[in-house]
Every structure is written in C-alpha cells, then in structure tokens.
Ligand binder design. Sequence first.
Ligand code: GLA
Length: 397
Amino acid sequence: MKAIKTFLYAISIVSLAALHIQCKGNDKAEKEAVSTMEEAQKIAGVTIEKSAFGILPDGEQVEKYILKNSKGVEVSIITYGGIITSVKVPNKENLSEDIVLGYESLAQYTKSSPYFGAIIGRYGNRIAKGKFSLDGKEYDLAKNDGQNHLHGGSKGFDKVNWKAKESLFEDKASLKLSYLSKDLEEGYPGNLQTDVTYALNNNNELEVIYEATTDKKTVVNLTQHSYFNLSGDFSKKILDHELMINADAFIPVDNNLIPTGELEDVTDTPFDFRTAKLIGKDIEASNDQLKKGRGYDHSWVLNEQEKGMRFAASAYHQESGRLLEVFTTEPGVQLYTGNFLDGTLPAKGGGTYAKRTGFCLETQHYPDSPNQSNFPTVILNPDEKYTSKTIFKFSTK
Ligand code: GLA
C-alpha cells in the first residue's frame, strides 16, 4: 500500500512537472521542473542519467544512458550498437560489481569488438552462404564469416548509432532505441523500422523488447549479445558457473557452424543442461559437436514454445551468490562460451579478455532459418509486427 501511495505521489509530481514545462517556456521554469522530475524519479526508485560517450568518425555523437533502480542495479547503454557497456549487480555481500564484458571507450568498440553487449540484427547468427530466397527471388547478403553471413553483416545493428528516447513509467526506467534500416541494407529486402527497448525495474529485471515493421516481405531475428561473467572479475573463466537450459534438444552444426537441419535430443550428451551443471563440467569432453564449436556455440530448442514468455535458462555463480535468470518469448537460445576470446582484447579495469571469460545467452530463432524449412519461420510481412521479449533477472542466493 505504502509503495503504491509513494508511486502515485511520484507520478503526480512527474505530471505536474511536465505541465509546468508546458505552461512556462522559460529556462528557469524548465530547470525547476527538471529538478522536480529528478525528485519524483528518486521517490519511484528508478533513475536515468544521460552523458556524452564519444564521437564517431562521421561526427555523430554517441550518448550513454545509465538506468538505475532502488536495489543497486545499474545498467549502462550507449546509442552506438545499443550496446550494454556495463551491468552493476550486488553480490551476496551487497557489493556491486560489473558483470558484463565490454570496453571503456567508444574507440575500442569501433576498432574491434566480438559483439560485446550489442543488439544484433537484422539476423542473429549465421545464414549459410549469405543467401536466401523469398517468393522465388534470391537475396545476397554480406558475407562476413568466411562464405557465410553472421549477425547482420559487415555493418549490422551492432555498428549503427541508434536514436534514443528515455522514459520513466511506474517503477521502470526505460530506454527506447530506434533505427530505420533501409531497403537492401546488407542485402536484406524492405525498409525495416526497428525499436529495441531496455527497461529496468525494482524487481531487478532488465527487459529487452524488440519490435519491427517492414514495407516488403523480409526476414528478421533480433537478439542481444551480452557476455556475462557473474564473478565480477574478468580475469576469471566462466567454467565455474552452474548453467541450466530449459531444452530437451539442441541444434547440431557443421564445420562452419551452420545447422545441419536436425534437432538432437540432449539426453546423455554434454548438451544436457536440464539439471543445473557447471559450464566446465563437459566442455572439454570428446564430442564432435563441441569440437566443431570449439566449446559451446550452439542453439538450444527451448521447451514449452507454445507458452510464449517462459523460463529459458539460468546461470549461478556460487562464490558471489549471483544468479541470472533468462525468460523469453523466443523458440531458441544460443549459448556461446567465449571460445574465440584469445587474450588480445583489453578488459575494463585492466588486463585482457582470455578464452572463456564470458558467456552469452542469445535468445533468438534458430540460425539459418531462412534456408531451413523445418525451423520456425523468421519471415516478416508488411502487414505484420515483429515482437520479441526477453527478461534478464538478477538476484543472489
Ligand atoms: C555468436 C556466434 C559465435 C561468435 C560470437 C561472436 O555467438 O555463434 O560463433 O561469432 O557470436 O564472436
């Protein structure tokens, strides 16, 4: 009851402040209103801070937004690539530490990044030979992973500067990022208007909501490429994290990490995470699929797909007590265990990112779906709206 009252109070202050700005156009009134809004935000317990992060070679300004809640969680996002540059989460002793890999400066992100924290589009993961057909017409995509197309191409959504709009609603701090991808960008048909909203609430949930519309039939598969290391120490490997994936099957791949088209039962394989087990337990097992992926770099076929939003995966780091739970509306999740990290990229706070110092849980449709007729469709028609939602929930136990 108290929370509701406090909340209503906060909302009314925000509304009054907004009204105040509308009525009086002068600077002083605006300043007063802004500070009243800040007060209101404090009461609701969530805040958003904006600052300059850097300037791109073409002169465009990149902004950084920090979403904070009342439980000590802080999520930093930059407009370039919609990249989550840091996620600060308390451990079981209430010590807040950064649990996602990334860089300190914009120059490092633009120089070379293995998709650290970025929004991936138009297509998460690989499309074989960078080709697919729609209604008998073949489309040629950028080939940026050998002969294949990966994560949207040479300049995917991870490398564009998104328009940002922040808002506070109830106990949620949100940042809506928008980008219009032009017809035939990276080879994809249709002008695709994309919105990705990050929203942090006081329940320590970071929601990622993806929306897109097109003016021509096309394919879409958006995801988020954060690398987590729940220890808060980037010099440590993630092999000691206990992982759980709500999936009875996974998608085997060929030597180039393209799905073979089969769905394989996880029973009695290193891919069985239905009961929590350490990432490191079977990662070095002698297994053809692990060899092809150089570790885990596969999609899992999530259970209960008809349910919509449901539990997909969790990771628990015993020493820090940090637990990450992932819920999604998507049919699949790609687990990538940082197999290509090789100690050459500079880590935040010093040192470098060594192999397996981060893991990604990329909720998405299956790789290469446009060429695999037995996989759930990724086609988006002009009269439809693409929507997808994933929640990353942080807690300790
Ligand atoms: C995805 C891919 C991997 C790799 C990483 C980034 O997870 O499946 O093969 O490209 O992104 O390095």
